[in-house]
Design a binder for this molecule. Structure first.
Ligand code: MRU
Length: 346
């Protein structure tokens, strides 16, 4: 358990193992699955038991604790070499969210310095990553809410909430802070096909928090904006490139185009661990392609015409020019470009 979480916990370390809230079955079931070995943790990331960029990174950090325990028990003298294949298994779980690679690189750096039994030091590091993520979210919540001038409704996409992070959320952290400050009065949530993170996860989080939420099919966004019902679109990100391009859940780019056309502001909320200064622009980011069955089926049942194929990119790229503000725990970048991103990231 972290000592800072007061929202739903997607990830918790209890006893001597990892527990993940199974996000595939929410909100019908609230069930934690237990993990004792790193291969199962990698599979949980791939199979969407846990999802959302920061949550994937935190989960990988705890997975490395499990890997180190097993490798050290097998071979106290050669565990550092042996654990490398576990790090690679974790890294192969999903390709787009940079937080996964950030967490693995951070833990790899610590592994190089450890003498003796690594478990306690690596567990302390994983907990630190977890707690720092929650603290970053709270800071971003304040910074993002401060950008909103008048009380308004907002539109969000996918789930960038407590479930997608160590707790509190990025985009939904701004919603939590903005609602508490009387600046955000209502949340419109895209249902977010094909995994329905909006319908299943964002709506669940908002209802639990007592924040009014209205679901809509993605196709309703243009009509919503044309009617002047929302002043901001607020989303998270899986990776932000050095020039401020934003990679996020498929459909985000379309919302940014619509927002600009309708005079709606566009805010991206993500921790500094989501910014990848090694990637010049968003088009250089590997976009995960997921199985066609996720589009052809609904809840495990085929709905598409027999013989139809499906294209299922999980993310898209929103050009920096369509972004009004990027909010990280290090500060706010308005109208992002390479120079401003560099200044913020140091
Ligand atoms: O496929 P998912 O559910 O992992 O995609 C999640 C998103 O796109 C989120 O918006 C992003 O990871 C930010 S979560 C704080």
């Amino acid at each position: 358990m972290t000592d800072q979480a007061d929202t739903v916990e997607a990830i918790r370390w209890q006893g001597n193992g990892l527990q993940l809230l199974d996000q595939r079955v929410l909100p019908q079931e609230v069930a934690y699955l237990r993990y004792g070995d790193v291969d199962a943790v990698a599979a949980a990331i791939r199979d969407m038991v846990v999802r959302g960029a920061p949550a994937i990174g935190i989960t990988a950090a705890y997975g490395i604790v499990l890997a180190a325990r097993a490798r050290f028990a097998q071979s106290p003298g050669a565990w550092k070499q042996a654990i490398e294949s576990d790090l690679q298994t974790l890294a192969a779980a999903r390709p787009t969210a940079v937080n996964l690679f950030w967490a693995i690189a951070h833990m790899r750096g610590l592994i190089a310095e450890i003498d003796g039994d690594p478990e306690a030091a690596l567990l302390a590091a994983a907990r630190r990553i977890h707690n720092q993520d929650i603290a970053a979210n709270r800071r971003m919540g304040e910074l993002g809410a401060a950008l909103i001038e008048d009380p308004c409704a907002i539109l969000t996409h996918c789930n960038a909430g407590a479930l997608a992070t160590g707790g509190y959320g990025t985009a939904l952290g701004v919603v939590r802070a903005g609602f508490a400050a009387g600046k955000i009065t209502h949340v419109y949530a895209d249902e977010t096909r094909p995994w329905l993170q909006g319908a299943r996860l964002t709506a669940w989080e908002m209802v639990q928090e007592g924040i009014p939420v209205t679901l809509q099919a993605e196709g309703a966004a243009a009509h919503l904006m044309k009617q002047g019902r929302v002043a901001w679109v607020i989303v998270g990100s899986d990776r932000i490139a050095a020039n401020g391009d934003v990679v996020n859940k498929i459909g985000t780019y379309g919302l940014a185009v619509l927002a600009r056309h309708h005079g709606v502001r566009f805010m991206v909320v993500a921790p500094a661990s989501t910014v990848d200064m090694a990637i010049a622009c968003g088009d250089d980011v590997a976009i995960e392609q997921r199985p066609p069955a996720e589009v052809l089926e609904l809840a495990g049942r085929r709905i598409a015409a027999a013989g139809a194929e499906a294209w299922n990119p999980a993310f898209d790229v929103t050009p920096a020019a369509l972004v009004d503000a990027i909010v990280t725990e290090r500060g706010v970048v308005r109208n992002p470009d390479s120079e401003k991103m560099r200044a913020m990231m140091g």
